[in-house]
Design a protein around this ligand. Structure first.
Ligand SMILES: *[C@@H]1O[C@H](CO)[C@@H](O)[C@H](O)[C@H]1NC(C)=O
Ligand SMILES: *[C@@H]1O[C@H](CO)[C@@H](O)[C@H](O)[C@H]1NC(C)=O
Ligand SMILES: *[C@@H]1O[C@H](CO)[C@@H](O)[C@H](O)[C@H]1NC(C)=O
Ligand SMILES: [Zn+2]
Length: 412
């Protein structure tokens, strides 16, 4: 069968628009094992037919989401390279159904269901009222569709006038990584309500600035149109939308792990550094803060801890300290559910090289001493809503461990 014929057969797919919620009925996730080069060729070939909603190639293994219409073409391509495929997920729509059926109380925010942007922002607003002497709403920037990048500042009063260092938390920059806003709001709740001295000490020692969902348009889109959406929602070309906001920051922009195709579902870096209003306004906000001790970004679901820089295997000035601090953080986390994370290490060492990420820009531009990216757990961006608390407690302990060790090493 000629390639032309194959392309002719499936071309209409590429222009399908999704007016309703994209169902992902019978979409499968496959694993293929082979060398990275062959796997990349297969992915590029498929991406040339229709943009794949999800794919990932590393360590001679690919994971890719395949629409039912593309299944035969995919099988042919895999056979052509003499590779084997295994089904990891039989029907992604079933996973989505589990998320939807979660026990949600609309009148009260909880951690047994996933909430859209408005729900999360209502929670932050409520906390700023209930804990008005400790907290304050902060606006970190704007989105393409006119939403705010809303965060909560937690700064409990101290006896001295000493200005506290800031711990800055960014989450949800990738829209489909739903566990990250859920975990950061869980962590906010822990800071505000826990009576565990380890947690209250952590809260009181620093000023916290926590932004649960810094790509609010994309996140809203995952709730209303397309669960696999990852990017922003700006207009990137005649038919396509969005750029990957974690490839769009002005540090080594466009170098590694990016796509230059505006229609690419995952890693289109944008038309230029800070082309996206979200990254542009957020970076300005961060630049105007003095005294940031730590910048922590949450992603899912590679289950690892990353240190800067993400596009180089070269080690930063305080790399040894970051590894030590990160180790302690992971040890504290492991005590909660027995879960081991990979790392700490650079993304170039254990994930893949990627340029234009927020963590690298912050480290390079602001020389922030403590900078990490946590990749939380899950399968293809799904985590059961009934178990959000597991990751919430894990991350809370990881934060306790992180700052216990950082202070031991003289950073506080
Ligand atoms: C605000 O938070 C308080 C304390 O958690 C809760 O009791 C109340 O129901 C919340 N109000 C709204 C409108 O969510
Ligand atoms: C802050 O307000 C809360 C809730 O009203 C109260 O419980 C707490 O004691 C107050 N803390 C301080 C330091 O004033
Ligand atoms: C970090 O932990 C790993 C394994 O747990 C260990 O091999 C390594 O020596 C530790 N590194 C530091 C700097 O503590
Ligand atoms: Zn991510």
């Amino acid at each position: 069968m000629s390639q032309l014929f194959i392309i002719f057969l499936v071309l209409p797919l590429a222009h399908t628009t999704f007016i309703d919620f994209r169902s992902y009925k019978d979409y499968k996730v496959y694993k293929i094992v082979g060398n990275n080069e062959d796997l990349t060729k297969i992915i590029e070939f498929l991406n040339g037919i229709t943009e794949l909603p999800f794919y990932n190639v590393r360590n001679n293994r690919a994971e890719v989401m395949i629409a039912p219409e593309l299944d035969e073409v995919f099988s042919n391509a895999v056979n052509l390279f003499n590779l084997e495929k295994t089904i990891l997920v039989d029907d992604y729509s079933k996973i989505m159904a589990e998320e939807k059926s979660a026990n949600r109380q609309d009148s009260k925010f909880s951690w047994t269901a996933y909430y859209d942007v408005d729900g999360i922002y209502d929670y932050l607003k409520n906390m700023s009222t209930v804990y008005s002497n400790w907290t304050e709403l902060v606006v970190g920037g704007q989105s393409y569709e006119g939403r705010q990048l809303l965060g909560l500042k937690i700064n409990t009063p101290t006896e001295t006038d000493k200005i506290k260092s800031i711990i800055f938390i960014e989450s949800g920059i990738h829209a489909r990584e739903w566990i990250t806003p859920a975990t950061t709001t869980y962590f906010i709740n822990q800071l505000l309500t826990s009576s565990d001295p380890a947690i209250t000490t952590l809260r009181d020692r620093f000023e916290w600035q926590i932004f649960p969902t810094v790509n609010p348009d994309g996140y809203h889109y995952t709730h209303t149109r397309d669960r696999m959406w990852r990017k922003t929602r700006s207009k990137s070309s005649l038919f396509c939308h969005g750029a990957d906001p974690n490839r769009n920051w002005d540090y080594n922009w466009g170098q590694y792990g990016i796509s230059t195709n505006p229609c690419n579902y995952q890693t289109y870096a944008g038309s230029q550094p800070f082309s996206e209003i979200e990254t542009r306004t957020f970076s300005e906000y961060i630049s105007n803060l003095d005294n940031i001790l730590a910048y922590i970004a949450f992603h899912s679901d590679a289950q690892m801890l990353l240190v800067p820089y993400s596009d180089s295997v070269e080690h930063t000035g305080n790399y040894d300290d970051l590894i030590k601090i990160g180790n302690t953080s992971l040890e504290y986390g492991e005590k909660v559910n027995g879960e081991k994370y990979d790392g700490p290490a650079t993304a170039a060492e254990i994930l893949y090289k990627a340029s234009g990420g927020s963590m690298d820009w912050v480290r390079n531009q602001l020389a922030t001493p403590i900078v990490y990216t946590y990749e939380l757990r899950g399968t293809y961006f799904h985590w059961p809503p009934s178990r959000i608390f597991e990751q919430g407690d894990e991350v809370t302990q990881m934060m306790v461990g992180l700052f216990t060790e950082a202070c031991n090493l003289g950073y506080c």
